[in-house]
Write a protein that binds this ligand. Structure first.
Ligand code: MN9
Ligand code: PYR
Length: 304
């Protein structure tokens, strides 16, 4: 097992060319940018990576490139393998285990939803068993999957069914449930926090790391937030968290994923646009977002 995930893990965007094809050649630059800004790892092919808009082959190509690129860096690599078809998830999990990666994670199937916690655990067990040598994280994201079970119950029951269960990537704002998970089994489980705009609240109750989309863009803000928190300078930590809230709010207004990809492009990491069913920003939206980011102070906030 890898030990717990600490620091800020970027849930990476998937780079596309102008014609919509995968652009693996940017990953080296993407990794260098993340490492330079103090990110501790990457979580690939997740929500931010538009997992459900990628083919199996593309997901495997991404995993292969990232596992090659992160060699020689300090970045941890977690591969998201969740899919509606569990056989495909298992294929991705087995493929990940054949590479140099640190862990896998999977969301629940969500078109047909598990009706019981036990059925959800059986889904996880099938996926986790396809890569028994890798730590497995359940990726709980009810806002996207519509599947919502208490994660403390999940962990208690799944622990006896899934030998390689490492914890939960908790993209769920329920801080009471989060605390129950943190305190289970002598804090055995790793619980990376998944809602960047509340990370200060999560740190306050015991989080030690987060996986999220805004660490791609704004890791320096979160690093200052963490060091302020560690020296108990709550005023400064709150100010940094509010910067993150303002950036995320602005992105949401423009269409979160397309806007955050556009912002990465502005930083010189050319990730291209998003795939349908998501839609890209119109020229006027690009101009308004760019102006708003400048007015906010975004570029100063993330300067190294
Ligand atoms: C719904 C979603 O994509 N959640 C992400 C992680 O799981 C977060 O990192 C958010 O993108 C971020 O907190 C902004 O809301
Ligand atoms: C944010 C996150 O964890 C994801 O994109 O999957």
């Amino acid at each position: 097992m890898i030990g717990k995930l600490t620091g800020f893990i970027a849930a990476t965007h998937t780079p596309f060319l102008a014609n919509g094809e995968l652009n693996l050649s940017v990953i080296e630059k993407q990794a260098a940018h993340l490492e330079a800004t103090g990110v501790s790892g990457v979580f690939i092919c997740g929500t931010t990576g538009e997992c459900h808009s990628l083919t199996l082959q593309e997901r495997m190509d991404l995993a292969e490139r990232w596992s090659a690129v992160r060699r020689g860096t300090n970045l941890k690599l977690i591969v998201h393998v969740g899919a509606n078809c569990l056989t495909e998830s298992r294929q991705l999990a087995a493929h990940a285990q054949s590479l140099d990666v640190d862990a896998i994670a999977a969301i629940s199937p969500s078109y047909f939803k598990p009706k019981s916690l036990q059925a959800l655990i059986e889904c996880s067990a099938e996926v986790a068993a396809a890569s028994p040598a890798l730590p497995f994280y359940f990726y709980d994201i009810p806002s996207m999957t519509g599947v919502n079970f208490p994660m403390s119950d999940y962990l208690e029951k799944a622990a006896v069914r899934i030998p390689n269960l490492a914890g939960v990537k908790f993209s769920n704002p329920d801080l009471m449930e989060y605390q129950k998970c943190l305190h289970l089994a002598n804090s055995k489980f790793d619980m990376p926090w998944g809602t960047d705009e509340y990370i200060l609240s999560a740190l306050a109750v015991g989080a030690i790391g987060g996986v999220g989309s805004s660490y791609n863009l704004a890791a320096p803000i979160y690093r200052r937030l963490l060091s302020a928190f560690q020296r108990v300078d709550l005023k400064s930590a709150q100010a940094e968290q509010y910067r993150s809230v303002q950036i995320i709010d602005l992105m949401i207004q423009h269409g979160y994923l397309a806007a955050s990809k556009f912002a990465m492009n502005q930083l010189g990491i050319d990730l291209g646009g998003v795939r349908l069913p998501l839609t890209n920003l119109e020229e006027t939206q690009k101009r308004s977002l760019q102006l708003s980011l400048q007015t906010l102070g975004f570029y100063d906030w993330i300067a190294l």
